[in-house]
Design a binder for this molecule. Sequence first.
Ligand SMILES: Cc1ncc(COP(=O)(O)O)c(C=O)c1O
Length: 401
Amino acid sequence: MTKLADRTTRISSSPTMQVTATVDRLRREGVEVIDFGAGEPDFPTPAAVKTAAHTALDQDFTRYTPPSGIVELKRAICDRYRADYGVEYRESEVIVTAGGKQALCNTALSLFGPGDEIITHAPYWPTLTEQIKLADASPVLVPTYADDGFAIRAGAILDRVTTRTRGIIINSPCNPTGALISESDLSAIADVAVAQGIWIVVDLCYERLIYDDVPHNLPRVLAAKCRDLTVLCGSASKAYAMTGWRCGWAIGPAPVIAACGAIQSHTTSNVMSISQKAAVAALTGSQAPVTAMLDEYRKRRDQLCTWLAADARLRCQKPAGAFYLFIDVGDLLSVDGLRTSLDLADALLKEARVAVTPGEAFDAPGFIRISYATSLDILREGTNRLLEFVKAHQGEPAAAS
Ligand SMILES: Cc1ncc(COP(=O)(O)O)c(C=O)c1O
């Protein structure tokens, strides 16, 4: 039997990426599939960003850079956060990483260890908990509820604080629910973090994808209360349609960033040189493409919700951020039919050739996640298929409420 290191037995591969892999395999086999699984923008990377990358290549900007990133990009990140949130960070407080994923991983490895408890909210993006386990720490999960809009409540989080709590990870806007934490809830969490020396890590990878003009200045709330205990993780992936470029960042106290830098210098080293130049253009150039994409996502979200309202058993609320609908399909499950949302997602793919991510991937059985980072035409076709599938499996739909 192959003997692997213990840590491999604690984690499993990304279930969200498995959906993408299945769609790819089916398409290679010639099967036509509607993909509602993708966790990435369908838009091209903005033209100015691509131009910056071409220029970098033409200028042979193709060598190693400092492992923690080029100064120009660190400055651009500081400038962006100053402009967007009014917070001041220095270059020594920023590391450029291979996406938000590596920012979060470096942070977990730098801050957490054996015996530590790390609190986060569920449903959650699975990487967050797997990274906690990779750091030999234990995730402590705080449920959020559909009938409460999946609100991330300070009280529920703080109820789980013990003497072993070392960190609290907040993902806002949240994947898969689209929920935002309120500034007041975060502020209450920050008060306890200061009193007890607990790290607060905020996954802000969807920060630019918030539909309404609601208060969400999480960096400023934390900078005011517990700057020395805060790490902000961000990314160019979702805001600028740059998932493949692999460029993100962590912002936090210089010693933490130095530790992240040491880890990164012995693992992946610098983010691809050309991607870094592209990210500078993304962050410093016109932000109009971000707004244009957000407007389009909003249109799709609203349209999708209208279409899905045709069957009251597909229960969902409009998400406040990100680009996913998280649908309660509990009314469609039964012991003698589709038993779980995983069964439902499998059958939907087999019978209707629509790929969705089952709630099980986010520790939320009974739900499915639909990504609307795809065109309205595809959304229309996929929704028709979903509605027909639901009808076929459960007789006539209940009257829409
Ligand atoms: C909640 C959340 N955080 C972070 C990431 C990381 O994205 P990336 O590594 O592409 O920046 C993702 C990607 O899906 C995500 O959903």
